[in-house]
Design a protein around this ligand. Structure first.
Ligand SMILES: NC(=O)c1ccc[n+]([C@@H]2O[C@H](COP(=O)([O-])OP(=O)(O)OC[C@H]3O[C@@H](n4cnc5c(N)ncnc54)[C@H](OP(=O)(O)O)[C@@H]3O)[C@@H](O)[C@H]2O)c1
Length: 369
């Protein structure tokens, strides 16, 4: 029999982030179990694209070797709508953890939330898609009382969204947000245009980043700027701007026009050296001003201007001196004056991203239990 303290957890997606999340969930549920007044967490469902593991009677699934058991599961996968039905019928509160990047799942959030199921997720799609979806999500959460948290959708585990919400909710006036929001772009520009030395050729740096696993399988998925635009869309909306979509403001793509339609990522990389002169020119023009070039996103709240693209920074600027693949996000506000509140550190990686998701789970627990 469930007790009022039981909270059921359903996890969709067990990839890089999902696997780390599961081990953090195991730690958390053990920690909470040690205190009789804490909620009791039960993992009742876990799924991947074509695999599912769940207990029809909502009995907790043991954590040991859970990813292997999921891979070996012979249970018939449930369509998403059936999964939602199953969770909505649970005799206790439910939190759905979406560790995928699926738009189909994101589109179901209003439905999930209106059934009283809370959501935590690093998936950007729901919050950076149409403005209508954004409104539907928060309207559904408000009317059912379910929670929806997505800290890791911007800057992975870095406290970006919670910081911005605190600034807004406590009455500070955020005037500008600016930063490097992509680990890939950070790595590329820190090596292409370092503050010390001259850096390599653009195409060579892109090839190196791919080799080291810093880019998507097709680097054009990083270089088109859309991922950064999605993150900016989320932050702009949180600060009150009605941004229609991530393509409704200027986003500079670093894919040469001629290579937009080449068939594969490999062909793209092969031909990229033909276009090195363009990026070299940008680098040299910044150097002539004693600056370096960086790929940044910014939101000018007062002017209602959101943009993503290349900008020049003094070598001493915090954005210029970023290291490795770190992210940096600066909040300029009335309270903080001329020196912005800066959040900086790893903006990608399974463990840190999962930490943001687990932190959100704790926030939901505080709310619902
Ligand atoms: N990795 C990072 O550093 C990072 C940082 C910030 C945010 N994020 C976000 O975190 C999320 C997960 O990233 P990841 O790196 O873990 O991705 P990943 O390794 O590709 O894993 C995605 C998981 O989702 C499953 N999946 C995809 N579509 C599904 C569907 N329709 N139904 C059920 N399961 C589905 C996949 O299952 P199969 O393997 O069976 O296809 C896989 O288990 C993404 O939204 C990403 O943008 C990641």
């Amino acid at each position: 029999m469930p007790t009022p303290k039981d909270v059921y957890i359903a996890v969709i997606g067990a990839g890089g982030v999902g696997k780390c999340f599961l081990s953090q969930l195991e730690f958390l549920s053990k920690r909470l179990a040690a205190n009789s007044s804490s909620p009791r967490l039960s993992l009742v469902l876990i799924s991947r694209s074509k695999k599912i593991l769940y207990s029809p009677q909502y009995a907790p699934l043991p954590f040991d070797n859970i990813s292997t058991k999921l891979a070996d599961s012979t249970q018939q996968p449930l369509p998403l709508t059936k999964t939602i039905e199953f969770l909505a019928a649970a005799p206790s509160k439910v939190i759905l953890v979406d560790n995928t990047s699926s738009q189909d799942i994101a589109d179901q959030y209003p439905n999930v939330l209106s059934r009283g199921i809370s959501i935590v997720t690093p998936n950007k799609k729901a919050f950076s898609g149409s403005y209508q979806l954004w409104q539907d999500i928060f309207a559904a959460a408000a009317s059912s009382g379910a929670g929806v948290y997505h800290e890791s959708s911007v800057g992975a585990g870095l406290p970006v969204i919670s910081t911005l919400k605190d600034l807004v909710d406590t009455g500070d006036s955020v005037t500008r947000i600016e930063g490097v929001f992509s680990g890939t772009m950070s790595f590329l520009f820190n090596s292409f245009a370092p503050t010390e030395g001259s850096g390599g050729k653009w195409s060579a740096e892109v090839a190196k980043a791919k080799e080291l696993g810093y880019t998507e399988p097709d680097p054009r998925d990083d270089l088109n700027g859309l991922d950064v635009a999605r993150k900016l869309t989320i932050l702009a909306r949180l600060v009150g701007l009605q941004v229609e979509s991530p393509t409704s403001f200027p986003v500079q793509s670093l894919i040469p026009k001629e290579l937009e339609s080449v068939a594969s990522g490999d062909e793209f990389l092969q031909r990229l050296p033909e276009f090195d002169a363009q990026m070299e020119e940008t680098k040299i023009s910044a150097e002539k001003e004693g600056k370096v070039v960086r790929f940044v996103g910014s939101i000018d709240v007062e002017k209602n201007v959101v943009k993503v693209g290349l900008e020049k920074f003094d070598r001493s600027h915090a954005i210029a001196s970023l290291k490795g693949s770190d992210n940096i996000i600066s909040f300029y506000t009335k309270r903080y004056g001329a020196n912005p509140l800066i959040v900086q550190g790893a903006g990608a990686g399974g463990e840190v991203t999962a930490m943001g998701v687990t932190g959100d789970l704790l926030r939901v627990l505080q709310r619902i239990s």
